[in-house]
Design a protein around this ligand. Sequence first.
Ligand SMILES: Cc1ncc(COP(=O)(O)O)c(C=O)c1O
Length: 366
Amino acid sequence: MKVPYIHLGQQHEPIKQEILKSVEALLDNGNYILGEEVSTFEKRFAALCQTKYALGIGNGTDTMILSMRALGIGAGDEVITAPNSYLASASSIALTGATPVFADVREDYNIDPAQIEKAITKKTKAIIPVHLTGRPADLDAIMTIATKHNLHVIEDCAQAVGARYKNKSVGSFGITGSFSLHPLKNLGACGDGGVITTNDEKLFSYLSKARTHGHSSRDEVDFWSFNSRLDNLQAAILNIKFNSLEKWNNRRREIAERYWKGLHQLPMYVPKDKEYEHAVYHTFIIQTDKRDALMTYLREQGVDTKIHYPVPIHLQKAAAYLGYKKGDFPVTEKQCETILSLPVFPQLDNEQVDYVIEKINSFYKK
Ligand SMILES: Cc1ncc(COP(=O)(O)O)c(C=O)c1O
């Protein structure tokens, strides 16, 4: 049996004709930039996240850069985030001119509030918790720290569309929520895309201009800014995919539960969300000291797995100027050697999931 890590063609198959029809209609009417499809998508996204506003942006990284610029964060400021995330959680900080500061994570891959407190200095302006793997970070503790130290919280929800913490959607806790619509995400475009959520009217008004050169009207501009808009064609596709989001996220949760039942008795860490967390399992990452051997064995058995991510951000060449060294974030560094992402895309059938479970069990019996 073959179990791919992901298969986007399979995801699009049942909705292909609908997508082609909507793309064709747009090709004919010529509304390519900030059209009705983007507005419709934004309304639906805001409703999903229980926020007043949602704004379609060119990609997830820009959602964070623009949010920080809107908050006046830049040179001389520090922003705290997790070193085990995708690099954009940190590069976005650096690209505003501010300094990324890292705080180690817990076993469940999310930032450790106790480590955040230790990393706060007089220069700290914001915290970027990442809801990594689609599991909400410890938001109560993070929001309490942020209030105590008067810091902004910009939630990196790139991997967590549809996730909830105590029945409240991620992206509605911080001053802004940053989402990626990259094709591999739980709600993915057929290209790049991103969304900012917020309840703050002033920020919304700034960001509405900031994503489109700083224009206040067709011929006037209030400030210099980027061109980073969600493409209308992508929004049309996303509006169709949106109809399946809840079903797909629930299927991810079902697969995660099946993995947990079949694997938790083995000598490895197997993720399981707490009863007040509603994780959407963008990735399903186990931890095992035999990671490399298991990965090779599974490949030989036809099961594709990945590592998210093998090199922590603080040890990347791009981050060398920050002066971090090996040993600074022991939990993250250990996880880099033990983590393995199993296939968890919603189109997997139970037979495939059971096959992965069976092969992992037989690896441990060897
Ligand atoms: C945690 C995290 N933050 C930020 C990003 C950046 O999003 P994008 O690739 O859409 O710029 C990604 C995804 O790539 C991500 O996984």
